[in-house]
Design a protein around this ligand. Structure first.
Ligand code: FPP
Ligand code: MG
Length: 478
């Protein structure tokens, strides 16, 4: 009989609310971080903190050496980057060019990284792993790379006319005549039972082709959202180069984003897992919802929609964190969860809950740090001038915390930093407050929570890399 994972699991506690992040956060030992450390029992997989080693630093055990997250799956990341461009061909060369544009500049590839690491950390554990592994190996079962590249529908129905593929597309020079149906596909029979024994993490590295394709899909959705975002934000630069709207114009940028979403939808359906289609489709809706929330907070009047009225307190934070989840963390959380589903995690098993909780907390931490970096000198590699959010009228974590200490921030936030000198004054108020420290502390609390939920997983290199990632996300400087 399979061992029941749920029964053995002790679920971790929740992240404290932002208003519980105290002003003297960095100086008092009752900060969120300190409380978090007190509450969290040390497990084998958690590093010892400075406070734990204070009295006997020399004899203290060294923190575990964790694999570099990017190095652990570097060949797979490289491979998926190269083959991704094959998914973007079209019979319209200008569309192909702009759709590929953002993939030609190096990116962090954080979303695909999460998909690959979670796949590696949980493959072998789910009750349906043996079926997924079989489908990835057995010809005709639908899980091999060649099969993921093959259309489910007849090619001349699926693809629009392309003169370089006359056998796979239908010309418009004649009306379309009835074609004979294809013979039905005979699927091989899957093995009836899982092999006996306790499920363990698959070793050595066992990423399924469906999981690699999912990693490409999440990156494509991310890029589609950036193509749209750079139109909305009127950004002249992205990653140090001309943004797509600056290079190709707004209309083509929006259309290229839509084209990417079309290609991801077809690729998603070939993964053969309805739950994954549902998860990823809901991410696309979330991205739009997050963007609308952000627009509402600034441009409600000109858009003719009901706005949000900022007021100090929890409600403000709820809106900001919800927007952060929708805009950034949802893709990480649901992408990681989808990876675990593709690895055969069944309903009632804890593994996909771990993936979601980790991705959600890590994603929020990532965006909070992004919002801090926006206050710092500016990021040449991202092509972001410092204070870009304020210029867009957005009050993010540092400004919201600063408002609690400097009431003068309130009117600036309410008028979206519109008047001359508002942006400079707001930056100064943030500098004279503990807003940046407190935002980083809130990011740290979310990252700690992400690391804590991993304790449910069996030890593996991928788990160590996911732990290391929580540290990197908080400490990153670009
Ligand atoms: C970057 O945020 C933008 C996003 C994370 C999401 C944008 C989403 C949309 C425009 C909705 C449309 C979505 C799809 C999938 C078509 P940012 O402006 O804070 O970061 P940046 O500084 O990198 O631009
Ligand atoms: Mg933007």
């Amino acid at each position: 009989m399979r061992r029941c994972a749920v029964a053995r699991v002790r679920l971790p506690q929740t992240v404290p609310s932002p208003t519980a992040v105290t002003r003297a956060s960095g100086r008092r030992n009752h900060s969120v971080h300190a409380q978090q450390q007190k509450k969290t029992p040390l497990t084998q997989s958690q590093p010892l903190q400075a406070s734990d080693t204070f009295f006997n630093a020399q004899n203290a055990p060294k923190p575990p050496v964790r694999p570099d997250p990017y190095k652990l799956v570097a060949p797979q990341l490289q491979q998926l980057r190269e083959t991704l461009l094959d998914l973007l061909g079209s019979s319209h060369p200008s569309l192909t060019e702009i759709a590929k544009y953002y993939f030609l500049h190096p990116s962090k590839q954080l979303r695909p990284l999460l998909v690959l690491l979670f796949s590696q950390a949980t493959n072998g554990l789910g009750g349906g792993w043996h079926l997924k592994k079989w489908a990835a190996e057995c010809e005709g079962a639908g899980g091999r790379t060649e099969e993921l590249d093959r259309p489910l529908t007849r090619p001349d129905v699926l693809n629009d006319w392309n003169p370089s593929m006359p056998d796979h597309t239908a010309s418009f020079q004649a009306s379309f005549s009835l074609r004979p149906p294809r013979p039905p596909h005979q699927s091989p029979s899957p093995p009836p039972f899982p092999p006996p024994g306790i499920p363990t993490v698959a070793s050595p590295l066992a990423l399924l082709p469906t999981q690699i394709r999912l990693a490409q899909i999440v990156e494509m959705i991310h890029v589609a959202s950036l193509l749209h975002d750079d139109v909305v934000d009127k950004s002249p630069l992205r990653r140090g180069a001309a943004s797509a709207p600056a290079a190709f114009g707004n209309k083509l940028s929006v259309l290229a984003g839509d084209f990417l979403l079309g290609r991801t939808s077809a690729a998603l359906s070939r993964l053969g897992e309805n739950e994954v289609v549902e998860l990823i489709a809901s991410v696309i809706a979330n991205l739009v919802e997050g963007e609308i929330m952000q627009l509402k907070s600034v441009h409600a009047e000109e858009l003719g929609i009901a706005g949000l009225s900022p007021s100090v307190g929890q409600e403000n934070w709820n809106i900001y964190l919800q927007k952060t989840y929708l805009k950034t963390a949802s893709l990480m959380a649901k992408g990681a969860r989808a990876a675990v589903v593709l690895g055969g995690c069944k309903e009632g098993e804890i593994w996909k809950e771990v993936a979601y909780a980790y991705g959600r907390n890590l994603g929020i931490a990532f965006q909070l740090v992004d919002d801090i970096l926006d206050y710092e000198a500016g990021d040449a590699t991202l092509g972001k001038p410092g204070g870009a959010d304020l210029q867009l009228g957005l009050a993010t974590g540092p400004a919201l915390f600063a408002w609690e200490e400097h009431p003068e921030m309130g009117p600036l936030i309410k008028r979206k930093f519109e008047q001359p000198g508002d942006v400079e004054l707001a930056r100064d108020l943030v500098r004279r407050s503990s807003g940046v420290e407190r935002t980083r502390e809130l990011a740290r609390a979310h990252a700690d929570k992400a690391r804590e939920v991993l304790s449910v997983l069996p030890d593996s290199e991928a788990k160590g890399a996911l732990e290391a990632l929580t540290e990197r996300v908080v400490k990153r400087t670009s």
